[in-house]
Design a protein around this ligand. Structure first.
Ligand code: PLP
Length: 375
């Protein structure tokens, strides 16, 4: 059996089905970071009542979708660029900027690196420190690294994910503002991936939306895959007040890249306040409860989470994330072995917060594994 068998993306259910013989319906996806409540009931009704919309090409301007996004984010509709998931927009923004050099706050989501490699841009990571629980703290060392690495390059780019995947830590608005104003003086574009921001307790302390207007060097990415549990809809959006970046991205995008259903009807989910509130309440309650239970287990270190998932480190040298993955998957519980992330190693794993009864099953497994080890 391959040693790297368990390096799965959280959505690799078919591979798990094949390798472990577990039906994909029976796998609890602790690695996917998707809202466990499923889609909004309002979206579900809308899906059922508008099947015919796929007989039409979507509006190429996406006017109705842009106005739903604008109302949801309280951002000018002209700043909105809808895309085929945030994945498409990560690629298009990187292609549009074509940075000679980029810096990524890491460890982080691998797509940024992959896209930079595709266009042969050079990049380096600015590492969040394990000793600081992967929390940035003082921005001064980062600013000097940005200056030393990116100043004077063509179209320099700084990328961060906030809250960050996989560390679940976040930068605050004052930190973001200091980074943006510094980057503005060096013509550095800052791309902030806010895929997980709606799961945080105090969104306004973390989202950079209020900084769009004063900082045209800012581009924010979001999507509906995680919070709205709709990865199959493939809907993401970018926001920037820079008209030239918008037109460069749009000129690279294939026509109709967002499907008709997303274009015309998916906007209803943004108005489903009950679903939004239920999701937030569930995640906040489970985050607190899970942290409390995990902090009683010796043999693991947890990094306090801001998003809907948590990163942990196994301190016991006789165990690793790969072994824990095998134990958990045998019970149909799929966690994320994080050893393939930069700066992390074989002792790191991540899991997202699912329904309380499923979370309890995983916590029981983790407790049993570590109880055995400390006997
Ligand atoms: C940080 C981050 N950004 C973007 C994505 C991709 O999202 P989408 O489904 O909108 O393309 C993911 C998916 O795991 C992610 O973790």
């Amino acid at each position: 059996m391959s040693k790297r068998k368990n390096h799965f993306h959280g959505s690799d259910l078919e591979k798990i089905e094949q390798l472990y013989g577990i039906k994909k319906e029976n796998i609890i996806r602790f690695g996917a970071n998707v809202n466990p409540l499923g889609i909004s009931p309002v979206l579900s009704d809308t899906l059922r009542s508008h099947p015919d919309c796929i007989t039409l090409y979507p509006d190429r301007e996406y006017s109705s979708l842009r106005s739903s996004l604008s109302a949801y984010c309280n951002v000018d509709a002209t700043y909105m660029i809808p895309g085929n998931g945030s994945t498409e927009l990560i690629a298009l923004i990187i292609q549009a900027l074509s940075p000679q050099k980029a810096m990524i706050l890491g460890p982080s989501y691998s797509e940024y690196e992959r896209e930079l490699l595709q266009i042969s841009s050079s990049f380096q990571y600015f590492p969040l420190r394990e000793e600081d629980d992967f929390v940035l703290g003082d921005t001064a060392p980062l600013l000097s690294a940005l200056q030393n690495t990116l100043a004077g390059c063509d179209n320099p780019l700084f990328i961060l994910c906030n809250p960050n995947n996989p560390t679940s830590t976040a930068l605050t608005v004052p930190q973001l503002e200091s980074i943006l104003s510094f980057c503005a003086t060096y013509s550095i574009t800052v791309m902030i991936d806010e895929t997980y921001v709606e799961f945080t307790k105090e969104i306004d302390n973390i989202t950079a939306i209020s900084l769009l207007e004063p900082y045209p060097n800012l581009v924010i990415l979001r999507g509906v895959s995680k919070f709205f549990a709709s990865p199959g809809l493939r809907l993401g959006y970018a926001m920037t007040s820079d008209p030239s970046l918008r037109s460069r991205v749009l000129s690279l995008q294939h026509p109709w890249s967002v499907n008709s259903f997303a274009a015309l009807h998916a906007g209803v989910m943004f108005t489903d306040q009950l679903y939004i509130m239920r999701t937030r309440n569930l995640i906040h309650a489970e985050r607190e409860r899970i942290v409390e239970r995990l902090s009683r287990i010796s043999g693991i270190k947890l990094y306090p989470p801001e998003a809907n998932f948590i990163l942990l480190r196994i301190l016991d040298p006789t165990l690793n994330a790969s072994a824990l993955f095998e134990t958990a998957i045998a019970q149909g519980l799929m966690i994320r072995d994080c050893s393939d992330f930069p700066f992390l190693g074989p002792d790191y794993f991540r899991f997202c917060f699912m329904l309380p009864k499923d979370n309890d099953r995983l916590l029981d497994v983790i407790e049993q594994v570590f109880a055995k080890e400390t006997l």
